[in-house]
Design a protein around this ligand. Structure first.
Ligand code: PLP
Length: 386
């Protein structure tokens, strides 16, 4: 569970920047680090983590894989993580091999390496916010200028909109997220094709939530063949309930994968991480059963909130974005007062809710019921859909 940073004061009492602040890269001065507010409440549905702990049998398999590495920890790990990449390619299917796959400490590190190799000072990455809040931060850290093309009304993206934005900005990289965080909906394949056709640079589809999609065929993996600049990033953080292990990966053309070796730290992925990930992958089927249960709880939230008259976007992820909130901050507080932490992502009239276990989801829906009954003024209900 992440804890929040308390930013150190960068400005001295007399209003002047501190000595350290003055030594910092100009583009980092006055900035704040990433931090999802974490509060100690019984039901935490705010960070899109997998609600389920690792099952005992899976934990035993992971422990066995890690155990085999322990005596060899005097040696550096396999720099190229070939065994893990082989397992990841087998998991992905689509005729992918280890050469098409690269792994790192979370898909955040994967995205950082992509920016290091193909972005950097003087270069640009185009994104469509609201989307994953780490993308602009990773761009900043690598000195890549982040351009936000925004979205259409209702936060959707059409092929024309994406094509026009790419034509207008001519970026070195394009970041698309499907299913998108925080809106929850997967992109139409036509949007990905339009982006690839319009861009001269690298097109990255961040598929952190792919396993939760309503239609499993909505992944862009099947579009990689013949598209050398297309990259699909994935993670074990969500579907595999492995956020704490820090394992992310990508699938792309082997030549592109090779270029990432130019920027990775030697031995960036520890033997223990590689082994743990292989253990989790060996249990993919069992973990997928929990994904199915989370999808069920997600759909329950969508159906239930819609029946109350609250608009909810279709979700292909393990979270939903609810609208119809006249005062989102007040609703967030009212739900928190009932022991359930959800996420205010800063979108007017909307809040993001991670699907929980059955009991957690019940607590969430009860909290909404109570809030609707006691404080109807906070909501802006729609006519109920027949
Ligand atoms: C959660 C999330 C990730 C996961 O990042 P990791 O570094 O793999 O934990 C990546 N992309 C998006 C859009 C996410 O929401």
């Amino acid at each position: 569970m992440s804890t929040d940073f308390t930013p150190v004061r960068a400005v001295a009492g007399d209003g002047r920047a501190s000595e350290i602040e003055n030594l910092l890269r100009e583009d980092l001065r006055g900035q704040s680090p990433y931090g999802a507010p974490q509060l100690d409440v019984p039901v935490q549905l705010n960070t899109n983590e997998n609600a389920f702990a690792i099952p005992d049998e899976v934990a035993a398999v992971v422990a066995e894989f890690i155990g085999r590495e322990l005596r060899g920890l005097n040696r550096y790990p396999d720099r190229d993580a070939v065994a893990l990449r082989t397992d990841l390619a087998a998991y992905l299917g689509h005729d992918l091999t280890a050469d098409h796959v690269w792994a790192a400490n979370g898909s955040n590190e994967i995205l950082q390496q992509l920016l290091q190799a193909f972005g950097g000072p003087g270069r640009t990455v185009l994104g469509f916010m609201p989307s994953y809040s780490m993308h602009p931060l990773l761009a900043r850290g690598t000195g890549t200028a982040f351009i936000d093309a925004g979205r259409e009304d209702g936060y959707t993206l059409s092929p024309e909109y994406v094509r026009d934005a790419i034509a207008a900005h001519d970026p070195d990289l394009v970041f698309l997220v499907s299913p998108n965080n925080p809106t929850g909906t997967a992109l139409e394949p036509e949007v990905i094709d339009a982006a690839y056709g319009a861009a001269r640079g690298i097109v990255v589809i961040d598929e952190a939530y792919a396993e939760f999609a309503r239609d499993p065929r909505s992944t862009a993996l099947g579009r990689l063949a013949g598209r050398k600049r297309l990259v699909v990033t994935r993670t074990l953080s969500k579907a595999f309930a492995f956020a704490g292990a820090r394992v992310g990966y990508l699938a792309a053309d082997p030549e592109l994968v090779e270029k990432l070796l130019l920027v990775r730290l030697p031995y960036h992925l520890s033997s223990i991480t590689q082994a743990a990930a292989r253990g989790a992958l060996a249990c993919a089927a069992q973990l997928q059963a929990e994904v199915d249960e989370l999808k069920h709880q997600r759909d329950r939230i969508v159906k239930n909130l819609r029946a109350k008259g609250l608009p909810v976007a279709d979700s292909d992820a393990n979270f939903v974005l609810v609208g119809g909130l006249r005062d989102a901050a007040a609703v967030w507080r009212a739900i928190l007062d009932r022991g359930v932490l959800i996420r205010d992502v800063g979108l007017p009239g909307r809040l993001r809710i991670t699907a929980g276990t059955e009991d957690e989801t019940t607590a969430l829906l009860d909290a909404f019921d109570q809030a609707l009954e006691q404080r109807p003024d906070m909501f802006d209900l729609q006519e109920q859909q027949p």
